[in-house]
Design a binder for this molecule. Structure first.
Ligand code: PFF
Length: 453
């Protein structure tokens, strides 16, 4: 039996509310900022194909497992794991899933907030007409100047952190639902407008080709690791965010259908974002492998030229901020919920503590683009290190442990009861994926990335 039927932190009003919140967590900078530049750096088609395969083969089964854990434990990931270990009478060491997840959430948010801050800067820049008729060099200078100015970066990072913590302090289910219900579809429409623009300018076919013609000679261990990280990051998996949201899921909702809906929404936004961006890259003869600056160097060119560009540009960056906002809330929620449960702190106090700690770590990322750009470890700046550690290592490792815990450690009867899949066939496929395919696949990718395979 589940430990309890609802969480002390609240419950979603419906299945749809969960889908919206989970989609809000999944769709974020990862889809619009990170996916295109990862695809660009890793040669396009082959990366995209592997990423989609990983979403289906690793992402979906693990997402179902994560939601299952959350709903069974009904607490923050750390305490959920602790109580499930007790129920299953296994070592408490498995709660490392919760601990590393909480840490990953804080580390990711520390840089996520800085990037969301860039988007905030571009909202104002666009609204003020700063992108009007902007040329390639000027767009590049705008971005480079932003990165070289720590004061401006800290300013926007602070505003974004503040926005996040205000929502978290008020409780996740208040407000989030409304935000996601209206803003996500609007973001979708704006990306479609960008694609229509891209089609009108030419270069669309080239973009399409880049994204969907796989050149398998480009595949190597690092590309696989990046595609795997992208699948986890994009679906918000492996760190307890989806587990936390699962803990608010009503007992009657179907886990398989809800997770499928979230995965489809999430990967469609990523693909569409790519289809909007690469044509602009090709038409303007820009490099595909530009790294984190890709969308900030290319989209202003489109908004600068299209009719109504000020409105569309402002709206686009604003919606990007909203998408980042609904994701960042889920990044910090496990830590806040844990403080509330364990240290008996008020939500407000817990949010302030988490907000300040994360903000401080974020200063490292801010400085890595300017004063500290020569401070590196294995050739990576502070931002690169945080990104690599969380994206390439912590999230997939968290996913691996979740698969092992649900696949091998929990009693099958408990798993069956909670996942409650009506069709036996679907259950069996999921179970085989989770028990064998996913863990082996993840290990193979790790080993190939360090050159052992
Ligand atoms: N999925 C978010 C994005 O694609 O931007 C980022 C994210 C949110 C990652 C929550 C992990 C997480 F737990």
């Amino acid at each position: 039996m589940p430990t309890q039927n609802s969480s002390i932190h609240g419950e979603w009003s419906s299945r749809l509310a969960f889908i919206l919140a989970a989609a809000g967590s999944a769709v974020g900078l990862g889809n619009i900022w990170k996916f295109p530049y990862m695809a660009g750096e890793n040669g396009g088609g082959a990366f995209v194909l592997v990423y989609l395969a990983f979403i289906a083969l690793f992402g979906l089964p693990i997402m179902m497992a994560e939601v299952l854990l959350g709903r069974r434990g009904r607490q923050s990931p750390i305490n959920t794991l602790k109580s499930l270990c007790q129920q299953e009478q296994v070592s408490k060491l498995w709660s490392v899933i919760g601990w590393s997840g909480m840490l990953a959430g804080v580390l990711i948010l520390s840089y996520y907030s800085v990037i969301a801050g860039w988007s905030l800067f571009y909202v104002l820049e666009s609204a003020a007409g700063g992108l009007l008729a902007i040329q390639e060099q000027a767009a590049e200078d705008l971005f480079t100047n932003l990165l070289s100015d720590p004061v401006t970066l800290v300013f926007w990072h602070s505003i974004f952190m503040f926005m996040t913590m205000v929502v978290v302090a008020r409780g996740v289910s208040n407000g989030l639902e409304v935000a996601v219900r209206f803003l996500m579809p609007m973001l979708f429409v704006l990306i479609l407008i960008l694609i229509a623009y891209a089609i009108s300018q030419g270069g669309f076919l080239q973009g399409l080709q880049f994204m969907f013609t796989p050149d398998f000679s480009k595949l190597n261990g690092d590309v696989l690791l990046d595609a795997m990280g992208q699948a986890f990051f994009s679906l918000s998996l492996g760190m307890g965010a989806i587990m936390m949201y699962g803990s608010y899921l009503p007992q009657t909702a179907s886990i398989s259908r809800t997770t499928l809906a979230v995965a489809i929404a999430d990967s469609s936004v990523a693909i569409l974002a790519g289809l909007a961006i690469f044509p602009i890259v090709f038409v303007n003869n820009l490099a595909t492998a530009q790294g984190p600056g890709l969308i900030f160097n290319t989209l202003p060119l489109a908004f600068g030229q299209m009719p109504g560009g000020i409105i569309f540009g402002t709206l686009f960056f604003l919606l990007l901020v909203f998408a980042a906002w609904t994701s960042s809330i889920s990044l910090i929620e496990p830590a806040v919920a844990w403080l509330v449960e364990t240290k008996k702190q008020s939500r407000l106090k817990a949010s302030i503590v988490c907000g300040i700690v994360t903000w401080l770590i974020g200063l490292g990322t801010v400085l890595s683009f300017n004063h500290w750009d020569s401070i590196t470890l294995f050739g990576k700046t502070v931002f690169d290190c945080l990104d690599y550690l969380t994206f390439n290592i912590m999230l997939p490792l968290g996913g691996l442990l979740i698969a092992l815990f649900v696949g091998w450690v929990m009693r099958e009867q408990a798993v069956r009861e909670e996942i409650n899949l009506q069709q036996e066939m679907v259950y069996q496929v999921w179970r085989v994926l989770l028990k064998y395919f996913t863990p082996i696949g993840l290990v193979v990718v790790f080993l190939s990335a360090i050159g052992i395979i």
